[in-house]
Unconditional design. Structure first.
Length: 207
């Protein structure tokens, strides 16, 4: 028997709500240097905290695709975007476990605490390469084993993330540990000629 929607949403809030809030969210979006007009895909967007931050950064000329397999969470994101006047900038996308189903190529793909949920990661990211604009990046924010999330399997070693992405046809651009107990890495397609590591904005990791 399925729980009523309000109880389902409450349970999901308790399980993983709040990701992207507070100063950590500010640091991450600033470090990624999101610019007006960009197309961003937030994969595993949850309740949309990061999606809303990206929307503020890309402005009305940009677009944020809040990608999730969970219909309850997509509905929450849609409602939050309406409340904040961002309905024209944030678009929920119904994904499948093996395909983000992006409606157009994007400049930035972002995953926060979602990487470990993808079943066949090498195939998933290999397919995703076809939905990237020239110069696009994939950013992975993932818990490190040894912290609380690691005890429940909700984490991945940073070098394991890198190995998976390289096997899928990417190379690492940057890595910065600006969120406690997590790693943040960016990647670009190997066939992206002339793309080199960008210079990160100065950041104090945990101040």
């Amino acid at each position: 028997m399925q729980l009523p929607r309000r109880l389902r949403v409450l349970a999901k809030h308790l399980a993983y709500g709040g990701v992207g809030g507070g100063r950590d969210g500010e640091r991450v979006v600033a470090w990624l240097r999101v610019q007006p007009g960009m197309r961003v895909a937030d994969i595993g967007s949850g309740f949309g905290e990061f999606a809303m931050r990206f929307a503020a950064a890309v402005g009305r000329e940009g677009m944020v695709y809040a990608v999730d397999t969970d219909a309850d969470l997509r509905a929450e994101v849609e409602a939050a975007a309406r409340r904040r006047g961002l309905a024209g900038t944030v678009q929920p996308v119904s994904a499948s476990p093996d395909d983000a189903r992006l409606p157009e190529p994007v400049d930035l793909v972002f995953l926060s605490s979602s990487f470990h949920h993808i079943p066949d990661r090498e195939r998933y990211f290999g397919r995703l390469r076809g939905r990237l604009r020239p110069g696009a990046r994939v950013a992975v924010l993932e818990g490190r084993p040894g912290c609380l999330t690691g005890w429940f399997g909700h984490s991945t070693e940073p070098e394991a993330v890198r190995a998976t992405m390289e096997a899928a046809g990417f190379r690492r651009l940057e890595r910065e540990d600006i969120v406690r107990w997590a790693s943040l890495q960016t990647f670009a397609p190997l066939d992206e000629a002339g793309v080199g590591p960008a210079t990160a904005a100065p950041t104090s990791p945990l101040s």
